[in-house]
Design a protein. Structure first.
Length: 127
């Protein structure tokens, strides 16, 4: 039986070291691949993920591309939805911080960084 910390149960780990990969238990083999990743990280099955994709009309809510990656809150582990790879990675790069994302949007729209030149090497940000 797994203890939640190891990749497989102690008996299977011992067998693996003696007999190689063929000795892995069914639970260990089941935890490999995409289905295992979904179970471990998102606590959902592929069918549940597919239902979520259909519920979102097969569209990433941010960029409107085809979603394939389950997005979750890293603090709570709660699944928020399904995003495309790029949008999911972008949220991760911004550390899931809405304030940073708002500033990034303002920056892209040209509303943030418009310094006023006062003297050589001295700039002031508009208020």
């Amino acid at each position: 039986m797994r203890d939640g910390q190891q990749a497989c149960c102690p008996g299977c780990a011992t067998a693996y070291h003696h007999d190689g990969p063929a000795a892995l238990c069914k639970s260990r083999k089941a935890m490999k691949g995409r289905a295992g990743h979904l179970k471990r990280h998102c606590r959902m099955s592929e069918a549940e993920r597919n239902a979520l994709i259909e519920e979102q009309r097969r569209t990433c809510p941010l960029c409107l591309a085809c979603p394939v990656h389950v997005d979750h809150d890293h603090g709570t582990g709660r699944v928020r939805g399904v995003l495309c790879f790029s949008c999911n990675a972008a949220l991760g790069q911004f550390k899931d911080r809405p304030d940073v994302l708002r500033r990034a949007a303002e920056y892209l729209e040209g509303n943030v960084w418009k310094p006023i030149f006062e003297a050589p090497g001295v700039y002031q940000l508009p208020s």
